[in-house]
Design a protein around this ligand. Structure first.
Ligand SMILES: O=C(O)CCC(=O)C(=O)O
Ligand SMILES: [Fe+2]
Length: 335
């Protein structure tokens, strides 16, 4: 069993969360990039400076910490409050978060990751979509919840767009900007990890790569997220109210023909407190074929993946073969 956007609930690989191999913890930190000065300024010297930092971080780590003032502090606080309120609902109410797309809805109650629960809000930047979903939880309506989710998603989607524009510019792919932006929609997934109530570290979420384009995570003050370096070390993320974590997914790795890295990451929990997090996922629309532009392919960079549809790829990912493979993208459409 696993979940829609990246696959996190293993069907078999781990005997139990107690025997989980911790791996070695890296001393290094994720790069930190400040986007406060660039929002409306493509082409400015500040923009170009940040663009270089983004490229460097994504080639090496596939991930960085971001500060971005355009999501106000009160919007972040309300978001965490709304997530908490949502998870307090009875299980049968939460399970109404059902989607025809596999694993787009409620995920939880899996013995492998007993601390973990999550729910998905498709098109989270569109008020009517969010409000329709919120009526499945609160039939009498809950406009405050809908507004909190929608405005957070809309504001944070601006950061997704800045980053993707910088990536395309730094790879000389400006001419694909419009097509690229229009090929995705926004899924907000909200997560709760119960505190294991021991000082031992327990698995919160299995190591995986995301399967989408770009993921931006926000969370409360409880630690747990770790990102793997290319050398195989785990970098623990130290949360602050200011910081987001930005990560590349396999679809963008494929579209850039391997120029960018998509990192493995996991959640490890200890202590009493619950960790609440939210991920804004830019996800390729069904029917859109991800195909590296010609500019990304030459003698030194032979084409790595056949063109593929993200939804079909996810379908493969959740088969037994997909779950067993070390690198699902390569197994599915590697050349
Ligand atoms: O809770 C987190 O910060 C990570 C969640 C995650 O990796 C995912 O949903 O793909
Ligand atoms: Fe993930």
């Amino acid at each position: 069993m696993a979940s829609e956007w990246g696959g996190v609930v293993p069907s078999e690989p781990l005997a139990s969360s107690d025997s989980y191999n911790m791996g070695s913890i890296a001393q290094n930190k994720l790069p930190v990039i400040d986007f406060s000065e660039v929002a409306e300024k493509p082409g400015s010297p500040e923009w170009n400076k940040v663009k270089d930092q983004v490229k460097e971080a994504l080639v090496e780590y596939g991930c960085f910490e971001a500060t971005f003032n355009d999501v106000p502090m009160d919007s972040r606080k309300s978001l965490l409050g709304s997530i908490e309120e949502l998870f307090e609902l009875p299980l049968e109410t939460k399970m109404r978060n059902f989607s025809k797309k596999p694993y787009h809805g409620y995920v939880g109650q899996y013995p492998m990751v007993p601390l973990y629960e999550s729910m998905g809000i498709d098109d989270a930047d569109i008020y009517d979509k969010v409000d329709n979903l919120s009526k499945t939880f609160w039939p009498e309506g809950h406009p405050g919840f809908s507004k909190t989710i929608q405005s957070f998603a809309e504001r944070l989607s601006a950061l997704d767009q800045i980053i993707r524009r910088m990536i395309l510019e730094s790879l000389g792919l400006e001419k694909y900007l419009e097509e690229h932006m229009n090929s995705t929609n926004y899924l907000l997934r909200v997560m709760k990890y119960k505190g294991p109530k021991t000082s031992d570290t327990k698995l919160g979420l299995t190591s995986h790569t995301d399967k989408n384009i770009v993921t931006i995570l926000y969370q409360n003050e409880v630690e747990g997220l770790e990102v793997k370096t290319k050398d195989g070390d785990w970098i623990p993320f130290k949360p602050t109210p200011e910081s987001f974590v930005v990560m590349i997914g396999d679809s963008l790795l494929a579209w850039t023909n391997g120029r960018l890295h998509s990192p493995h990451h996991r959640v490890m929990m200890s202590g009493n407190d619950a960790r609440y997090s939210a991920g804004l996922f830019s996800v390729p629309k069904a029917g859109y074929f991800i195909k590296a532009p010609d500019e990304m392919v030459d003698d030194n960079h032979p084409l790595l993946f056949k063109p593929f549809d993200h939804v079909e790829f996810l379908g493969f990912y959740y088969t037994e073969a997909g779950q067993r493979s070390e690198n699902a993208l390569k197994a599915y459409c590697g050349i």
